[in-house]
Ligand binder design. Sequence first.
Ligand code: TNX
Length: 756
Amino acid sequence: MKKTLSLKRIILFASLLVSVTTLKAQFHIIPQPVSLKAGKGSFILAKNAVIGVNKETEPIGKYLQDYLNQNYGFQTTVKVFEKIPANTAIRLNNAWSNAEGAYTMHVSAASVSISGSGAGVFYGVQTLIQLLPTDKSPTLKVIACSIADQPRFGWRGLSLDVSRHFFTVDEVKKYIDVMAHYKLNTFHWHLTDDEGWRIQIDKYPRLTEVGSKISYYAKRGEFRKLDNLIDDGRDGFYTKDEIRDVIKYAQDRFVTILPEIEMPGHSEAAIFAYPQLGCQDSTGAKHRVRMLDPSEYTFKFMEDVLTEVIALFPNQYIHIGGDEAEMVDWLKSPTAVALMKREHLKSEKEVQSYFIKRIEKFLLSKNKRLVGWDEILQGGLAESATVMSWQGEAGGIAAAKMHHHVVMTPLPYMYFDAPQANEDLEPIGWNPPVTWQMVYNYEPQSKELTNAEAEYILGAQGNIWNEKVPNAQHLQYMVYPRALAVAELTWSPKNEKDLERFGWKMKNQYGLFKLWNFNARLPDIDGVDDVITNKSRFKLTLNYPLQGAKVRYALNGKMPDNNSPSAPFPVNINVPLNDSIGLRTFTTWTLNDQHIRQTASIKRVSIKPAHEKAAMLKPGMAYEVFKTGERDIAKLQDEKPAETGETNLIVPVKPVSEGLINWVKIKGFIKIDKEADYELTTGFEVSPALFLDEVEVIKSGLNTYVEPQKALLHLKKGVYAFSGHYIADKANENQTLIELKIAGGEKLYPKFYLMH
Ligand code: TNX
């Protein structure tokens, strides 16, 4: 009896497992839909299928028709109906919905039906596109399912800096295209900056005649050396017709364009074209003159420019920059000094505030709303301004508390000009690295806000600055796959966040990237971690999620390259280990000859059990908390801890006041009941220092997403003394300090193995 029951249980458990894994294996939709249920069977989309539409959804039907044609060579027909007959293969129904962007989708063996308001139907089509196979077969199989979906935030943004590097209309369209595939809806177009003015303005033709040819002038020695750029720059600008064309293209994809015209700083190109705009008495013509003089000429000029910008862009928002203004220049400008006197402005910050407020007033008179970087808070925030918080979250939080709308785009999480893995192995970028995991874990509605204040957060946005981006392929490499994390964190419900599932879904996007010829950065090889081990033979299995990828590896040698011998995955490495070896890998896949480099070191140590007996110990570990300004842990030797206690894992710490830090020291034993191979890691994003039998097994201070590390230890029955330390901060308050599992097996519960 007992036997049959457990057998039944096993079968039940196994079938549960199967359904979970098949569900996983089929639905890798990004962003994660609000609700998703698997159906029975699948729908076969034929080459000549009919797409039934209403008048309202006809453009979306045509979009889908084009997509199927371009990517699969299908010849579908779009038919307009008042009421679409139920036997139509694909039905795009215009339906009332109370949430912008909401849709439902039902895929049965017979048909696909998508309903929603305009944007909603478009998003349903994007979900359908993600469910299509990515190889070009004569029929396309779509797994049956029911989806109800809608976005969490209205602002799901991605920026593009076309000043530091100019991108052509086609390159910009491709960028918008892929944004739309992931339901991102706001394209922030950074059109002007020091290194180039990129938008035609009829009233001031020199802005483009001169201001868009900065690299030409730099080469002739007439503009400063562009040594902040990785290349010599790329000249170019968009005519008004081209801009209208891009706006239309974006509208067809339910993407709003936010144009940015920088002021009063970052204006070197404009000043180079019209020197009268610059600060009269700045650091001298040979140096950078990037500050606008707050003169009547400048205000008139900028209002004229904005008038033409407003006439082009339908967006209710206009971004006027406002970041990194070198305001000290104003203290030397007779215009600014006179202005301060006339308007009773006490500091250069108040001049900036005056500047922005005047521009805001102008925009409001044209029924437009001002967006600016968080520096516009300095000297007093303009009354109706929306703040883009980039220097961390502080500006955004302050603005939301003042009941201003906010778009969160904070450093480091939303900055895609940072390398996405180990900086020594990645192309040059602004440091430190920002991994997709860091992007994904970002939460736009800070805990510091009340629910009512959090309502002022419109959403979040990923930014890319292109000083170090020499072409469109590299742009795609930098922005993706990280932008997929922005898509999910701005669209999906907060409680649907799942880092592991997202990581898995992300790897399943490469079929689409290949189909679109889109150069997203390739995933890393699984298992290339720094390892500390006490074993004398080391066996490592390297796995890669993309079929047909090649890996080349070397042990203790040079970095392999295109010419090194390659092996298909999985790669098994089995080596005797005396001291330590270095592993270097080089991965290529079919896309654009991109390659990913990774390194790891494997080090042998010896670890002995302690003399203590488990029976004499208490469960949990001991901790001490020091509240101090001292960053060097060694200097805390003689200090008395502010708090002590014991815990099963999470050490409770209260926040410290400005300038102080919480140092945490932990101590105890790990109790091993069964001799086996164990894996010890940490769940901390920035790792603690961990010692086992006084041997350092986890190094402190490493970003574990960038430098993954683990200890692989053969442990006998007994207890092992451990100690560790780390700085407790917001980032690690909910993460697990010590994670122990049987190698390749299940995780163990800390309350069963931690002793002191
Ligand atoms: C700061 S992010 C800037 C950009 C630069 C970036 C990197 C922001 C609002 N301003 O103009 O490209 O640093 O140099």
